[in-house]
Design a protein around this ligand. Structure first.
Ligand code: HEM
Length: 144
């Protein structure tokens, strides 16, 4: 049976990867390669060019990260209810949902600098929260 700690570590590694892809999208100026949301150029699977691949990969990584953070929360609530692991896992899920909505606003606002800055700030909070969750979950796994 896979431990909550293992899933939590996978979630934080995925979020870290997602942040690097996001930074690449920003640095390369590909932020509006998919100018709509949740579709990209009106399609679920768009025609791929280099800018679209970068922005689309960021979205796929966001979906995978959200799934892993959700799985961590479900396992933490089932197995470690009333612990700090469940608390931080739930916080991480709330933060990543807010971040996905901010990602949507980043695109729909045409890359407004204030929204973009908030997107970066919230990303660090999401990452921090997933790392705390992973550390706490590993502690529980090692002790028990
Ligand atoms: C589907 C949801 C998301 C969309 C549509 C989205 C969209 C974007 C876009 C368009 C950029 C480039 C902004 C620019 O060029 O100015 C970006 C950058 C970035 N995104 Fe996302 N994002 C999403 C989810 C996330 C999530 C969940 C995270 C992390 C938890 C994240 C972290 C970042 C980071 C760190 C950057 C780089 C910011 C910078 O360097 O200033 N994104 N995102």
């Amino acid at each position: 049976m896979v431990s909550t700690g293992t899933v939590a570590i996978l979630a934080s590694v995925m979020v870290y990867t997602l942040m690097i892809i996001g930074a690449f999208v920003r640095a390369s100026g590909f932020g509006l390669a998919c100018p709509d949301w949740p579709t990209c150029r009106g399609q679920v699977i768009p025609e791929f060019t280099t800018p679209v691949i970068a922005e689309y990969t960021h979205r796929i990584a966001a979906a995978l990260s959200t799934l892993l953070v959700l799985t961590t929360m479900v396992l933490a609530i089932r197995r470690h209810r009333k612990s700090r692991v469940a608390l931080f896992a739930t916080l991480s899920f709330g933060l990543i949902i807010a971040q996905v909505l901010l990602g949507m606003l980043t695109v729909l606002s045409g890359l407004d600098p204030i929204i973009g800055t908030a997107h970066l700030a919230l990303a660090t909070a999401v990452f921090g929260s997933t790392v705390v969750t992973a550390v706490l979950a590993r502690k529980i796994t090692v002790v028990s």
